[in-house]
Design a protein. Structure first.
Length: 243
């Protein structure tokens, strides 16, 4: 994984999405909803929810919007019922793709995802058609831009907490865990005073694809189209990263 930094991809994606400010509150609302649905509505006992709320506040999302998203997830507010779904298929050049969505209208979302694949020479498949090519892992990022965090110290702390691996990047540490150890590692690192820039359970490809230039560009277009959908939460693929 060291050669394929997810953190670098996250940074590039965030920079690209800065131009889509109109959708940022909707994205935050869905992130908060998902975290609260999975781990409860109390940020003090749910690290993922605490991180989602902090990010939303960092983008000046109103507290009323945050509270409403939490209440929807915990069933204490009437309103739209969101459902988490995965779509699997192959992008141009045979690149395996998993699209994670959170939607209150499955028909609308399915049509949008299908259109994006078809327009960019991809094909949707059945559930399980590509997910076997990915591993589900806990993923944590602690930034170290000033170089103030000792590598040996944080490595020992993370491994003792239950992490599988820690990768040192130029400006950050990427920590990988098994899903069942994710919460314990997050709690241990937070308790030791580290600020978690990212923390999620996500999917990592087992191998990487290197399509030709035409298919590579079409794959980027597919990703852009999917990210334009307000229902899409995340996109997993194994496209080789060529900056």
């Amino acid at each position: 994984m060291a050669g394929h930094s997810k953190w670098k991809n996250i940074q590039r994606r965030k920079n690209a999405q800065d131009a889509k400010k109109g959708k940022i509150f909707m994205r935050h609302q869905k992130d908060i909803y998902t975290a609260a649905k999975q781990g409860g509505g109390d940020p003090d006992t749910n690290p993922s929810l605490r991180l989602a709320v902090d990010k939303a506040k960092g983008d000046n999302m109103p507290n009323d919007n945050i509270d409403r998203a939490i209440k929807k997830a915990t069933g204490t507010l009437d309103g739209a019922s969101f459902e988490e779904l995965n779509y699997e298929g192959y992008g141009p050049g045979g690149v395996p793709v998993i699209v994670q969505v959170l939607t209150d209208n499955k028909n609308r979302t399915a049509a949008e995802v299908r259109h994006a694949f078809k327009k960019n020479d991809g094909n949707l498949g059945e559930n399980g058609s590509v997910s076997f090519m990915f591993d589900r892992k806990g993923y944590i990022v602690i930034t170290n831009e000033a170089g103030a965090i000792d590598e040996d110290e944080i490595s020992l702390e993370a491994i003792e907490a239950g992490a599988d691996d820690i990768v040192t990047q130029e400006d950050a540490y990427e920590i990988y865990t098994e899903p069942e150890n994710f919460s314990d590692v997050c709690d241990q690192l937070r308790g030791s005073g580290y600020e978690l820039e990212e923390s999620e359970i996500t999917m990592f490809p087992q191998t990487f694809s290197t399509p030709d230039e035409d298919d590579y560009n079409k794959m980027l277009q597919l990703i852009d189209m999917l990210e334009d959908s307000e229902d899409v939460q995340d996109i997993f693929h194994n496209l080789e990263d060529t900056e």
